[in-house]
Design a protein around this ligand. Structure first.
Ligand code: UDP
Length: 356
């Protein structure tokens, strides 16, 4: 992978380093598990498979279970010498959260609290949290910096803000150190084609643009054409999922070296409208995509563009795949591949590994 990375210790120095990766069978979590394993860490993947896929839990040890199951989580901390937690497990549909907020607060906030309490009881104090640009709401100024006021429009965004605030208290009162990574639009797939986006139902623009029309009569719905943007559609900052995973590695290194708790935006700083994304997806697919107009999707701010200077400066993060066409091309490669996943060979399926 291209791009400057801060020095990381040699893999041999890290063989005994166990990192708990909640939601490690999901989209971003599986990319992070791969990055951890590649750097010589041993990911312990805790995932209840409600939305994750066992086929994507290919790196480290897979432990099926729920992050809200206090006993299960404490047992993992007792069994493995886990030194830090990367917390990906969460519900992540903005639209769904508007209709069913309780589900989001219970799962994203309640279960994060159970996890934090289990960490506290077990003496594990380093935490890397999957937060979101959804905490900002409608921007008052662009690009968004970390100190922009937080006015989330959806229960999903609010659930991320609440966990960030709980973490502040845990850091102050219990000596935790936490990095909250506010992802903009994580997209694309592992450049080696080993993992990628596999949501069910899929709601994200890029995979839907790449699938639209595959079935007779199916069109891609454009949610809102009357936003105050040049072409009337929403603008987002698309960041490659492997770059998001790399930021987790840098955050871990930063915390291990004694870095202070903090929040960091992760985005490329370039905004693309829904229509621009569709045009690039058409180039990648080599064909026109059938479109259908639809109303605005509740909870969607018109424009989200990051200022990620802080992650670059403090963590040494440098996105390796900032180009939208390359991001979408990696998603396209994955689109051709994931349907064959059910036939993953036995020797690449997760195996139980015991420490020592
Ligand atoms: N979008 C769209 N049609 C779709 C899915 C998404 O027009 O079928 C729009 C959505 O309203 C938003 C942008 O595409 O403005 C990105 O949405 P996505 O769900 O991919 O990510 P989000 O911004 O919700 O994290």
């Amino acid at each position: 992978m291209r791009g400057a990375r801060r020095d990381v210790p040699a893999p041999s120095a890290r063989k005994d380093r166990f990192i708990l990766v909640t939601g490690g069978s999901g989209y971003v979590g599986s990319h992070a598990a791969k990055a951890l394993a590649r750097a010589g860490f041993h990911p312990i993947i805790l995932d209840n498979l409600s939305t994750g896929h066992v086929e994507l839990a290919r790196w480290g040890t897979f432990e099926k279970g729920d992050v809200g199951d206090d006993l299960r989580v404490k047992t993992l901390f007792a069994r493995y010498p886990i030194s830090a937690v990367m917390h990906f497990a969460a519900h992540a549909y903005v639209g769904e959260s508007m209709g069913d907020p309780g589900r989001y607060y219970l799962n994203n906030v309640g279960k994060s609290l159970v996890l934090l309490e289990a960490m506290r009881a077990s003496g594990v104090k380093l935490f890397i949290f999957s937060s979101s640009c959804a905490v900002y709401g409608t921007p008052l100024s662009l690009p968004l910096k970390e100190d922009h006021p937080k006015n989330p429009l959806s229960p999903y965004g609010k659930s991320k803000q609440m966990v960030e605030e709980i973490l502040e208290d845990y850091c102050r009162a219990y000596g935790f150190r936490a990095v909250c990574l506010r992802y903009f639009n994580a997209s694309g797939a592992d450049p080696e084609g080993e993992t990628g986006e596999l949501h069910d139902p899929e709601t994200h623009l890029i995979p839907l643009a790449l699938r639209a029309g595959m079935r007779e009569g199916e069109a891609l719905r454009v949610f809102g054409s009357d936003y105050p943007t040049a072409d009337g559609t929403c603008i987002r900052d698309y960041v490659h999922v492997s770059d998001v995973a790399a930021a987790h590695m840098l955050a871990l290194d930063y915390l291990e070296k004694g870095g202070e708790s903090g929040v960091f935006n992760l985005g490329n700083g370039n905004g693309f409208s829904v229509r621009q994304v569709i045009q690039v997806a058409e180039r990648v697919r080599g064909e026109k995509i059938r479109l259908a107009s639809a109303g605005r999707r509740p909870g969607d701010p018109p424009v989200l563009i990051s200022d990620s200077t802080k992650a670059r400066r403090v963590l040494g993060w440098e996105p390796a795949i900032p180009d939208l066409e390359t991001i979408i091309a990696s998603a396209w490669t994955w689109e051709q591949k994931w349907r064959t996943l059910r036939a993953v060979p036995a020797d690449t399926k997760p195996k139980p590994v015991r420490p020592g």
